[in-house]
Design a protein. Structure first.
Length: 94
């Protein structure tokens, strides 16, 4: 795979992350809903080892909720891209 393909793939992923994130449901997912219904949701409320960089998928300081969620999706996509690109570069050198 050449660099052009990687860049095109990254652009598509960023576009999708930014656009689709705006349509994320504010309602709990299936597992969270069952935990609420069965009364054991509070067991999942533990202190995290590391604080979330973008809590609740909302970019801190951005008032527009859809824009904040979109920015969080883009930031997460870039973060994962650079992590995996770096690891693959290290593996390729070996």
């Amino acid at each position: 795979m050449n660099k052009k393909d990687i860049i095109i793939g990254l652009i598509i992923a960023l576009f999708l992350a930014g656009m689709i994130a705006m349509f994320a449901s504010p309602w709990p997912d299936g597992l969270e809903k069952v935990a609420e219904d069965k009364g054991f949701i509070e067991r999942s409320e533990v202190s995290p080892v590391l604080p979330a960089p973008i809590p609740d998928y909302a970019w801190p300081g951005v008032k527009n909720e859809k824009l904040a969620t979109s920015l969080a999706g883009i930031a997460g996509t870039l973060f994962i891209f650079f992590i995996t690109y770096g690891i693959s570069s290290l593996i390729k050198k070996r």
